[in-house]
Design a protein around this ligand. Sequence first.
Ligand code: MN
Length: 251
Amino acid sequence: MDKRTFIKLSGMAGAGLVAAPLVSGLIGCGNAPVDPGTPAAQDAATTGFTLPELGYAHDALEPAIDRQTMKIHHERHHAGYVRKLNAALEGHAMAGQSLEALLAGLGPNDTGLRNNGGGHFNHALFWKVLTPSSEATGPSGMLADRITASFGSQDALLDALSQAAGSRFGSGWAWLVQDENQPDRLFVCSTANQDNPLMKGVVEADHQGRPLLGIDVWEHAYYLNYQNRRTDYVAAVLNRINWSEVAALMA
Ligand code: MN
C-alpha cells in the first residue's frame, strides 16, 4: 500500500461519515518494508501492521518527555502492541481490514484485538500529534473556531483535557474527539486501558467519534521522569501538541 494513501473512514461505520485522513501514513497495513537493522523493526512483525516511525528523535520532546521514556515507549510498548495485534489477527475473521474498521467492528470480548489494535492506533496517533517545542503553535483556522464553539475558549479545552487525563483512574487515555454526526462539535472524554472513541462496540455512545488528539496516561508514558506526578506530565505534553496535525485529522 502507498504509504501516503489516506485511510478512509467511509464505509466503516454508518451514515454521516466523510472520507478524510485519520492517521494517514502512520498505520501500516500490508507488507511495508521493514529495516531489520533497527531495534524497533526487530520487535515488529514482518507482515501485517507495522510500527510507524516517530518522525522525530527520541530526545526531541525533552524536557517534556525524556529520551529513555520515548525510546522504550516506542520500541518496546508500541512495537509490542503491533506484534501482538498481528499475532491476534492470524487466521482471524477480521484479518485484512483497515485498523479503523477493525476497531469500529470489534466487541468487548475481542480482547486481543481490543487491547493491541487499540494500543497500535492510540500510540500512532499520539506520536503524530506531538511535536518538538520549537515547532509548537496554537490551534488556528477551523480547528480554533470549533474549539471556541465547543468549549468556549482554547484554555477551556486544555482544562478539560487536563481534567480528563487527571481523573482517569489507572491506565487509559484522554481524548479530543470530533462528533461524527455534527462535525462542528468537538468534545473531550477519557477511556480505560487501550480503548478509544473508534470502538463503537466497546465504549459508551457519548465517547464515540473521531479521535483528533490522544494523551497517554499509562504510567509507562511518564513514570521514569515524573513518577506519580501525572498532572505535571500532562501539562508538559499539552505544550507539545502539533495543532496543525490535530486540525488535519478533522473530517
Ligand atoms: Mn503508551
